[in-house]
Ligand binder design. Sequence first.
Ligand SMILES: NC(=O)c1ccc[n+]([C@@H]2O[C@H](COP(=O)([O-])OP(=O)(O)OC[C@H]3O[C@@H](n4cnc5c(N)ncnc54)[C@H](O)[C@@H]3O)[C@@H](O)[C@H]2O)c1
Length: 468
Amino acid sequence: MTGKRTIKSAKGKLGVLIPGMGAVTSTLIAGIEMNKKNLGSPIGSITQLQHIRLGKRYENRNPLIKDFVPLTEMKNLVFGGWDIYKDSIYSAALKAGVFHPQQLEPVAKELKAIKPMPAVFDKKFVKNLNPQIIKKGKTKMHLALALIKDIADFKKKNKLDRVVVVWCGSTETFIQPSTVHKTLANFEQGLRKNSPHISPSMIYAYAALKSGAPFANGAPNLSIDTPALMELATQEGLPVMGKDFKTGQTLMKTILAPGLKARMLALKGWYSTNILGNRDGEVLDDPSSFKTKEKSKMSVLDSILDPETYPDLYSDYFHKVRIDYYPPRGDAKEGWDNIDIDGWMSMPMQIKINFLCRDSILAAPVFLDIIIFLDFAQRAGLSGIQEWMSFFFKSPMCRPDLKPENDLFIQHIKLKNTLRLLMGEEVLDHSGLDYYENENAVPSMAEPAKPYRKKGKIKTKKKVLLKK
Ligand SMILES: NC(=O)c1ccc[n+]([C@@H]2O[C@H](COP(=O)([O-])OP(=O)(O)OC[C@H]3O[C@@H](n4cnc5c(N)ncnc54)[C@H](O)[C@@H]3O)[C@@H](O)[C@H]2O)c1
């Protein structure tokens, strides 16, 4: 594909409907409201803060991504969603304890106004929670239709131009894909016949796509990642992405592992353990929900290290991931990694990481970027799996015959090059040879590169020298 795509305008309001209005969702919405009142900065968000280099290095074209690509502005997001608890976003934020009550006070009115709609819930898939508000329906198809009505009503009531749906609900128990997930016809039959293999997150995904809303999955459960729902996404021409927000320990893994591999250092073992005390930790205390999370966290190393190509370095390492529910810590998770590596002549070395992170503080900007790029993808006419969004996910969705890309740095290049491609800009290969071998590409050697800043804001080197 060459040349700029036709991208529909980002004007108007974007509805964001979220199944699961707990810690991450309330941290995101509270942060956006604080930012509107200049009470905090969206640190960690690519769409809000990152620049993108365009063209050759000497061209000094380095705009903010949000100035280069037509993206929805934060102020135009309208939030709603579903939960099994009736807490408003304000109460959910207070319970999650990510922000202090004093920090939430200036935005309390806005947060109190956002209340969840009754959820589609099945305790078989999330064993450690007891619901307060849930929908009732004779079949799973009736529940899907109730969600479709919720989406239409929300759009109408808030006079929205577009809607996206992002699953931020609890991690569901591990499910192996089966016959009901193979085709759309099987899936719809399964909805009508109350198939036990269809989980609530799949019903939300179905309802979103049927309503013309793109869908993303912030948790590791299967949800939309089945051939049946992919068939529906393609049929409706809608983008989808997932799974599992990349934060905390896995973020560190996908930063460090590519470095070890790039330097051809052998891996002998990687032991990761965490303590966390939020509701997510409580849900993951159930072994069947933990199995879903474990699979998502475990898969990254193999796909980065590629043991098939490097059997001597990476085919025999020991990898263990643990999460322990430890209530006193709340959302302030602590992770420890012990990494055993071998160097020259197989001499052993160790790396220790102790990450005192905040789960939802790392997840909120990723969530924001997913919302904004999901809407952008739809306006750019992209449909099906959005592999260029792998950067944001622990267990990125990709075509079944391809290996997922987990290396954070390759994911970052993929993300930025996709934006360049869609906007009709040159894709950067970073080889740099053309600066030295192609004379036409080199500007006058006498002209030093100018620093990229708005005119008049900083003194160029030349001016400083003249003053001296
Ligand atoms: N916090 C992170 O850094 C992080 C990173 C990656 C993925 N995740 C995933 O994101 C999800 C949300 O995390 P969290 O920390 O906000 O958890 P949380 O427990 O605070 O919030 C999840 C909410 O989902 C609700 N819920 C459960 N089933 C539902 C259903 N069927 N319909 C509607 N609501 C439902 C729960 O009642 C709860 O309020 C989890 O699956 C978690 O594993 C979180």
